[in-house]
Design a protein around this ligand. Sequence first.
Ligand SMILES: Cc1cc2nc3c(=O)[nH]c(=O)nc-3n(C[C@H](O)[C@H](O)[C@H](O)COP(=O)(O)OP(=O)(O)OC[C@H]3O[C@@H](n4cnc5c(N)ncnc54)[C@H](O)[C@@H]3O)c2cc1C
Length: 504
Amino acid sequence: MQAALARGLAVSGSILGNGSGLTGFTSISREEICCLALKGLSADTVSFSGSPVYANETHNYFSKENFVQPACVFSPETAEHVAYAVRIFNETNCNFSVRSGGHLPVPGSNGKNGAVLLVTSKLKALNVRGKVARIGPGNTWTEVYRETDKVGKVVLGGRIGSVGVGGLVLGGGVSFQGPEHGFSCDTVVNFQVVTADGLIRNANSTSNPDLFWALKGGSNRFGIVTAFDMKMYPLSNVAGGTITYQFTSLQLVLDQVDIFYRLSNPDPKISFFVNVMDAADLGFGRFIEVVLYHGRPSVVVPAALQPFFNIPGIVSNTYSVKPYSELIPNGREGLQPGIFSHTWRSVTYRASGAVNRRVAVIFQEEVNRFRENNGRRLKPGVFTLAYEPYAASMLDASRTTGRNALGLNGDNGPLMLALLTYSWFNQTESAIRTAAVKASVNRMKGYSIAAGKHVDFVYLNAAAPDQDPFRSYGNTNFQRLRNIRRKYDPRGVFSVLQAGGFRL
Ligand SMILES: Cc1cc2nc3c(=O)[nH]c(=O)nc-3n(C[C@H](O)[C@H](O)[C@H](O)COP(=O)(O)OP(=O)(O)OC[C@H]3O[C@@H](n4cnc5c(N)ncnc54)[C@H](O)[C@@H]3O)c2cc1C
């Protein structure tokens, strides 16, 4: 290791302007030393400020709030490179962050100024032969679905194609096929993961089974996952698309959501989510989107979804039969990655028409209040309230197949996750918008508690920085996660040296 470090310093002396290897060693940060040692491994994997790779990767985030100025960007090409890096992080005690698709809009969770930024962009394995797909964390879901489409199969992944594989699966993963098969993480049969000791391990039902369980919901606290082996399910074309309604249809849309979840046994091949959008400040007005999925390639709309087509006020409707990769938008028009800053927060409750309606009222009241209080001094933005159902069958399937760390089971379902997002152009407005989102979601939570519907689950992949997803998995799971973390990472490489991520 010392030799690699010296080699890295020698190779990279010119970057620091001294050109002579170890000269200047004491005047640079641990993170810069780390970068130089990594450069000793392979010059192509390390990029510094001023290079095109650095410029691209440091802006490769969904939210502008997450743009970052790391000491360097490290882009490993193999699991061995990652293992080497983890040993360097240990050796030099340097701060680092890990980023896959960069879609978690929690500032600092996937990059920190001055730290080493490890990006998985070159870990692009994508093998869909057989029953299990091997997927590198550097893929987006669009890239994955284009491959699985070719073999008439699907893996459980994101419903927007620009999202990364790494973060979504490690945080749980809600997909259109969830009502049939559970969370995305439930369908992983093996994680290839580099643990704190710099070893490349497999975590599955027979090798390191405790780590296998912990990675299903444990996010970045247990290692760096270099490949996901995920079950594939047969799927040819699907039916689906987005119905957009005038805002005046809101009550009727929410009524249909309620009716759907009061069906005793909704078809697990059907799923949907709802976006209530207020983009009036940008001149796009207020509207509602229902994004529908039917896992059978039939133009005939299933009876359970038909009422959505009968609601008056439809502005547009893209429901049709198509390959799965085409159903999944690769970023939303106007909300493409890296254009807006975003802040979000969520609340979970037992599916309830009354709570859904109240949440919508609170959304409108709070957005109006925000505009009244701040309108003239803040830049225009977009306000989104998403309703994301967790069907009872999804929680059942998860309990049967997954045994994940999330602590949810069929007794809790069906559930509704309400996710409030404020999006805006000006990075300096973060504090005021984050506070407004928090106040609004706290009101929603207050109502769901009063209505006896609240569920103390915080979905990590929809959590705000000050929310506590791991504790929300329940005390038993929380303690178990901590014990497993101590076993595999006694020094705290992934909780102390690694910057960002939720507390465990
Ligand atoms: C537009 C949009 C659509 C979304 N749609 C869905 C959806 O349909 N279903 C759903 O469940 N969620 C969805 N999400 C939420 C999404 O799951 C999370 O934002 C998720 O964290 C994104 O993963 P990523 O790899 O892009 O993120 P990143 O920001 O790169 O990673 C998120 C966290 O995971 C860690 N991490 C990433 N890769 C690894 C790895 N290989 N090893 C160890 N740690 C790692 C990072 O350090 C970071 O803390 C959506 C988010 C957005 C913004």
